[in-house]
Design a protein around this ligand. Structure first.
Ligand code: ACO
Length: 326
């Protein structure tokens, strides 16, 4: 019996804040934001809480998995923007969805939070401790940004993504094959959000860290499993910045060069392996990977046997990746 992803769900608040609207709050422009980040708009939760968004994503994931709330035996919410210090967000989600038999805890690993939560859930399922685990990334980043700071407020958005991890026999769900997770606390000061303050970030340091460490963890993961980079159907990366994703794609040196392929065709073939939705949602931190996974799932872009790599990176500094066979 292995740990498998048996359902996915996501929730995005309705309100869309465009780059044009932002340019009325701070001195910026659609052209600057689009060319430096790829982001065109982001969703803003307004009165919705992190637990509201998480609960909605969980209900959709449970429906998708055909698992009832009563069958859930563990809820892990990855978040850096919880409703309260305590109770934890998972306990509030438990009440909102009626998962009365679940143990509950939150996990804080910023934009790597979903990778940390998914690997924790996989370990519990593999060990036979829990059979139906809700893994959620949910963030209200709009509550952490200084809306007067143009270097950070343009980057982030709100939303939630979830999946159900089950202990299941072969053929039922997507197999979680392995993972790789790291942290460098010595450099924790380049990306911080103070207790009652705002996000502070050395953008260029975060950029350099991400484009070095993400390819490293992915290459290590694939080497360990004997998988070639071109054999992966989709690389589902944390959605921070399209330039980070493009740089990671380049550094993975994916061999898609069926001889004679023109350079622009090669780039297109490679980038098809790196789906992105940051144009619509900005950086939703721990929620970005499960939101994108759910969109791919619901668009029927995932087929049995497809190899998927998830990779997260962010404050800590933390970074990690996971390999899944759909
Ligand atoms: N609009 C217009 N101009 C701006 C803006 C803005 N929103 N923000 C900064 N500028 C200006 C700066 O003041 C600077 O002006 P100057 O040259 O006169 O001093 C100029 O633009 C260049 O600024 P840089 O900071 O050098 O711009 P850079 O090209 O590095 O882009 C960015 C900044 C987009 C933040 C980039 O560094 C980046 O994406 N870094 C990664 C950040 C990230 O992804 N963080 C989150 C990852 S982890 C997590 O998810 C929590």
């Amino acid at each position: 019996m292995r740990a498998r992803i048996v359902g996915t769900g996501s929730f995005l608040p309705e309100y869309r804040m465009s780059n044009f609207e932002l340019s009325e709050l701070v001195e910026t422009s659609d052209e600057w934001i689009t060319s430096r980040t790829g982001i065109k708009e982001r969703r803003i939760a307004k009165e919705l809480t992190v637990s509201d968004m998480a609960a909605n994503a969980c209900i959709r994931a449970l429906e998708n998995a055909s698992v009832t709330p009563e069958q859930v035996d563990l809820i892990i919410v990855a978040t850096s923007s919880p409703d309260y210090f305590f109770p934890n967000c998972a306990s509030i989600v438990q009440k909102k969805i009626g998962a009365c038999n679940a143990a509950c805890f939150d996990l804080s690993a910023a934009c790597s939070g979903f990778i940390a939560a998914l690997s924790t859930a996989a370990a519990y399922a593999e060990a036979g401790i829990y059979s139906n685990i809700l893994v959620v990334g949910s963030e209200k980043m709009s509550s952490l940004v200084d809306w007067k700071d143009r270097s950070t407020c343009i980057l982030f958005g709100d939303g939630a993504g979830a999946c159900v991890v089950g202990r299941r026999a072969s053929g039922d769900g997507a197999e979680i094959i392995s993972g790789d997770f790291h942290n460098d606390g010595n450099n924790n000061d380049v990306l911080t959000a103070e207790k009652s303050g705002f996000i502070h970030m050395d953008g260029q340091a975060v950029f350099k860290f991400a484009v070095k460490k993400v390819p490293e963890t992915i290459k290590h993961l694939l080497e360990e499993e004997g998988v070639q980079t071109q054999d992966v159907k989709y690389y589902i990366l944390h959605q921070a910045n399209i330039r980070i994703i493009e740089s990671v794609a380049k550094r993975l040196e994916i061999n898609a060069s069926e001889s004679g392929k023109a350079q622009n065709e090669y780039v297109k073939t490679v980038m098809e392996k790196f789906p992105s939705n940051l144009q619509k949602y900005g950086n939703t931190s721990s929620a970005s990977i499960p939101i994108l996974l759910d969109e791919l799932n619901r668009e029927n872009k995932l087929h049995p046997g497809d190899l998927l790599v998830f990779a997260g990176f962010g404050a800590g500094l933390s970074w990690g990746s996971m390999l899944v066979r759909w």
